[in-house]
Design a protein around this ligand. Structure first.
Ligand code: ADP
Ligand code: 5GP
Length: 203
């Protein structure tokens, strides 16, 4: 018998640092899976096909919805984003840690289907700091930054009312990463997560 998979959903307003944190966690945990979403938006900056996202046309995305290829999909900032079902299947088969870098509505949908999934909200230290980071990233124009800040307020409110299990404030990257590692470690010790020796009794 293998471990039960850990489905860890990371949500955050865009620019908060969740991709940086999620990538680091996947790199540090051999066997972990980073869920690469499908999106109809164009690549930004140095983003790579199949690594950051699978970039597809609206038509292809519709075909995938019809084929039932997504565990959830949503319309965010005028584009479609979807999480492939295959990631959950692979995590279940291997008892692996799977990381989902998705928005709050996506997190809620996965949580409804997989109540054992764990959701963490990554927060900026303040909205002013989030604005500074978005401008420093300099991949978005002024109107986009404003739109993302407005969306950030809504996203934080939504996550709080959706009852995300953990909050990680990304003030200092190393400290926030330590918090995330602590969550993974604690969740790994959750009763029933690991198989016990036969002579310790059934779980
Ligand atoms: P998201 O995936 O939430 O949109 P990113 O991981 O792309 O965010 O990070 C947005 C920007 O903020 C990047 O330039 C990243 O290097 C920077 N960043 C992330 N965490 C911190 C931090 N704790 N302090 C300062 N800058 C950070
Ligand atoms: P960005 O365009 O900045 O990469 O992402 C915009 C938002 O879409 C972010 O909040 C990101 O977490 C979310 N997102 C990315 N992939 C998915 C997905 O597969 N499903 C959902 N619901 N949201 C996603």
């Amino acid at each position: 018998m293998s471990n039960k998979p850990l489905l860890l959903i990371l949500s955050a307003p865009s620019g908060t640092g969740k991709t940086t944190l999620a990538r680091r966690l996947v790199t540090a945990n051999p066997g972990a899976i980073f869920s690469v979403s499908y999106t109809t938006r164009a690549p930004r900056g140095a983003e790579r096909e199949g690594f950051d996202y699978h970039f597809v046309s609206g038509e292809k995305f519709e075909q995938m919805i019809a084929a039932g290829d997504f565990v959830e999909w949503a319309h965010v900032h005028g584009h479609h984003y979807g999480t492939p079902k295959q990631v959950i299947e692979e995590a279940a088969a291997r008892g692996a840690l799977a990381l989902f870098d998705i928005d709050v509505q996506g997190g809620e949908t996965i949580k409804k289907q997989h109540p054992e999934a764990v959701r963490a909200l990554v927060l900026p230290p303040s909205l002013a700091e989030l604005e500074r980071r978005l401008r420093a990233r300099s991949t978005d124009d002024d109107a986009t930054v404003r739109r993302r800040l407005h969306a950030a307020r809504i996203e934080i409110r939504l996550a709080r009312s959706a009852g995300y299990e953990y909050w990680v404030v990304n003030d200092d990257l190393d400290r926030a990463y330590g918090d995330l590692e602590a969550i993974v470690r604690a969740e790994g010790c959750r009763a029933g997560r690991r198989p016990l020796a036969a002579d310790l009794g059934a779980p």
